[in-house]
Design a protein around this ligand. Structure first.
Ligand code: ADE
Length: 222
């Protein structure tokens, strides 16, 4: 899979691409992630990418031309273009599974002060990562990229995402490691029993109980 991200803040991605699972996925060629500075596509001699909005109002608005030129340059017949904006479709794990099947994603990071409305016409979909406003789409693009890359076959063990929270609209069950007794808080006996059927039953029950307590809205979707 290839992911191209268009941003006016390319340095924000340095840590994201050079640590942990994303770093390894890139090294092992499961994914090719390229960060593009929108300024590189500006035809202005000062590399300007935003300007005042028509009709007045605070703040600068991202101009359409550099972003149109960038997408035109990068797009292939397999590309899906995603625009990050708080006005987009609320992001869910099911969408991460869908996007993990794509060959090529182009992600445009919006800017909190706004982007020219005509940029919307480039996008196959608009995604919001939650009902709050970030200073730009950069962190949001990293959030969705992270959630997609870990689902690409081979990036992590399949079993470790089959039990993820939100699969089947359930939250994950609790897990424990050593020590068995930590400050009087004990690991449930059943997990030490070696009885696989009982462990499975315990986990299913805990998963349901936790979802009922914390996210009853998920159970309604089951
Ligand atoms: N840009 C700013 N806030 C955002 C959000 N919540 N989701 C996606 N992109 C954004």
């Amino acid at each position: 899979m290839r992911i191209d991200i268009l941003t006016i803040f390319p340095n924000m991605f340095n840590g994201f691409l050079t640590e942990s699972i994303i770093k390894r996925a890139i090294q092992d060629k499961y994914v090719d992630i390229q960060i593009h500075d929108i300024r590189a596509y500006s035809k202005d001699k000062h590399k300007k990418v935003d300007d005042y909005g028509f009709g007045g109002g605070k703040g600068m608005v991202l101009m359409p031309e550099p972003i149109f030129d960038a997408v035109e340059d990068i797009k292939t017949k397999d590309s899906k273009v995603i625009l990050m904006t708080p006005q987009g479709e609320p992001y869910k794990q099911a969408k991460a599974y869908d996007l993990a099947k794509e060959k090529h994603l182009i992600i445009i990071c919006g800017h909190y002060e706004g982007f020219d409305e005509r940029i919307r016409s480039l996008a196959d979909m608009e995604i919001s990562i939650g009902d709050y406003v970030l200073t730009g789409g950069e962190l949001a693009s990293m959030v969705i990229t992270d959630s997609i890359v870990r689902l690409i076959d081979g990036v992590i063990e399949k079993d470790s995402h089959l039990n993820d929270s939100f699969n089947n609209n359930l939250l994950d069950y609790p897990v424990y490691t050593k020590p068995v007794d930590f400050k009087g808080m004990k690991v449930p006996e059943v997990l030490l029993s070696g009885h696989h059927a009982n462990i499975e039953k315990f986990r299913k029950e805990e998963s349901l109980k936790r979802t009922k307590e914390r996210r009853p809205d998920l159970l309604e979707k089951r």
